[in-house]
Ligand binder design. Structure first.
Ligand SMILES: Cc1ncc(COP(=O)(O)O)c(C=O)c1O
Length: 405
């Protein structure tokens, strides 16, 4: 389903948004992230898929491949560490704590009794647990009933204490806030709620590193459309803020894609304010299975997103297989369930000529997709794709060898 957003604007990036998320602040976050050994020192690849573009009859498709960002497997590795570093610097202003020193673990003794807590669908929690372990503080992660054991173990491997609840993602967010209040811990969440905006803002600012690299990799040459998958809206807000500030009134058209069962952003677009999802909120796209919009992210999405759409779980699985397969012209890519949602949305739209027309898609469109995760749940990936991530990566390496021979 597609909903054109009547509140989208095409003016230059508004000053009130710039006061919250800006290219200048993104630059600082990016420099700090370069000090963390869990992040690749190189920019993630921006892979062109000419074969798929020809098949779909569009002008071009670029995939920014965040599966290569970090050993943590997803773009979420960019958000939690920045929010944690900024929080610690705010809490100990007199100590003049530098980001490099924090990432080198030089302030561990100061932080041993400092505890951070967050709810997660998986990827944010893994990022926070790993960052806390590096810096030397304690981390508690609250998981809802649908987070798989495989994802739980991946988080626990970074030393986090796991609290499992019977309820939904949104209930796990409330439980993290309760635990923090009772125990004097600090919530480091990727979603905002009333009275809690500074930390999710810092998380989203970390994501802008992806946009900064894209601008460098393309020499600022624009895409006509950017498809962004939505959970609570943080990824989309982080990228839109940067690209909107950079391109101004000539910004690309932004399309946000969600699972049909977890359509909180789509519903927000219809309501004109942050709204709840209407479905079960359970989806194979685990990272996007969120029932409530982040109100802070919505401040960016309401004026910045042109179209909101929903897809089925099967669309995501088909897109995972398509990217894994590759072709003579297109490199095979390992893309997880949530990572492929942008591509799945594009394919769904192009199947319906009227909807594609409404979204302004035609043979000249140059589309940017963000593969936000690799095989973050390897057993699920193997089951859905019918091939292990290692095997796809081997074919990827062989493809690259052929291309450079
Ligand atoms: C792989 C992946 N992609 C996209 C998203 C969506 O990000 P957000 O919740 O900030 O909208 C998530 C969220 O966890 C995710 O894990």
């Amino acid at each position: 389903m597609l909903a054109a957003n009547p509140r989208a604007t095409r003016a230059s990036y508004p000053d009130e948004l710039k006061a919250m998320l800006s290219i200048e602040k993104a630059r600082e976050s990016r420099a700090w992230l370069a000090c963390w050994d869990k992040i690749s020192p190189e920019a993630t690849p921006l892979r062109e898929l000419p074969g798929l573009a020809a098949k779909l009859a569009v002008g071009g498709i670029g995939v920014k491949d965040e599966s290569a960002r970090s050993v943590l497997g997803s773009f979420k590795a960019l958000g939690a560490p920045i929010a944690l570093v900024r929080l610690i610097r705010r809490l100990w202003p007199a100590h003049d704590l530098d980001a490099r020193g924090l990432f080198e673990g030089r302030y561990r003794s100061l932080l041993t009794h400092f505890t951070v807590v967050s709810a997660t669908d998986g990827n944010h929690g893994k990022g926070l647990a790993a960052a806390a372990q590096t810096l030397g503080c304690r981390c508690v992660i609250v998981l809802h009933a649908n987070v798989s054991v495989e994802r739980e173990q991946a988080i626990a491997a970074y030393g986090a204490v796991i609290v499992r609840i019977a309820g939904s993602y949104d209930e796990s967010v409330a439980e993290a806030a309760r635990l923090a209040a009772v125990n004097g811990w600090h919530v480091v969440s990727d979603t905002s709620y009333e009275g809690y905006e500074d930390i999710p803002r810092d998380v989203m600012q970390g994501y802008a590193t992806i946009a900064a690299e894209i601008v460098e990799q393309t020499g600022g040459r624009g895409y006509t459309h950017v498809f962004l998958q939505g959970g609570v809206g943080g990824l989309a807000a982080g990228l839109i803020s940067y690209l909107w500030e950079f391109h101004g009134a000539h910004r690309p058209r932004f399309v946000v894609v969600e699972p049909q069962q977890a359509d909180c952003l789509y519903q927000s677009a219809l309501a004109g304010r942050p709204a709840r999802a209407t479905g079960s909120v359970d989806s194979v796209m685990a990272g996007l299975a969120c029932g409530e919009t982040s109100p802070l992210a919505w401040k960016f999405l309401q004026p910045g997103v042109d179209d909101f759409m929903t897809i089925h779980d099967d669309d995501a699985v088909d897109a995972m297989r398509l990217l894994a397969a590759g072709s003579d012209t297109d490199v095979p890519i390992v893309a997880g369930e949530s990572g492929v949602a942008g591509l799945a949305g594009l394919i769904v739209l192009l199947r319906d000529a009227q909807a594609a027309g409404k979204a302004g898609l035609d043979g000249a469109s140059r589309i940017l997709l963000i593969n936000t995760e690799g095989a973050t749940a390897p057993a699920t990936y193997r089951e859905l794709v019918g091939e292990s991530a290692e095997s796809v990566l081997e074919r990827q390496a062989a493809w690259r060898d052929r291309a450079t021979a």
